[in-house]
Design a protein. Structure first.
Length: 114
């Protein structure tokens, strides 16, 4: 089962079930952090190959809790894509950084006298 499931527990709580083969824990944590200003979040990992994210409203109820869970899903995709791109192109990024700083290191070595 690969779909994301949103279940309403009660008027204040929603649980989002995610496939951990699709979403990395780092992406889930980064997304959760971005939502802590709007709701309380609890992350749980039962033994069914899924990760559960529980949402509870904080003080104000301007946005329905189900809507927050849907926004979380969109942000989670963004965070997962960022991680995928970072992993895919990390060698290129490292080579660029190494090249950029090699000229600085070279200049520093020229200024030193033995």
């Amino acid at each position: 089962m690969s779909e994301t499931i949103i279940r309403k527990i009660d008027n204040e709580t929603v649980v989002l079930e995610l496939n951990k083969d699709i979403y990395k824990p780092e992406a889930i944590r980064a997304t959760s952090y971005k939502f802590t200003d709007r709701c309380y979040i609890k992350i749980d990992e039962p033994e069914n190959g899924r990760i559960q994210v529980y949402f509870n409203h904080k003080q104000s109820h301007d946005i329905p809790i189900e809507q927050l869970a849907k926004e979380f899903c969109n942000e989670l995709i963004d965070q997962q894509v960022r991680l995928d791109i970072e992993q895919r192109f990390s060698d290129i990024r490292d080579a660029i950084v190494k090249k950029a700083f090699s000229s600085i290191q070279s200049d520093n070595n020229k200024g030193k006298t033995s």
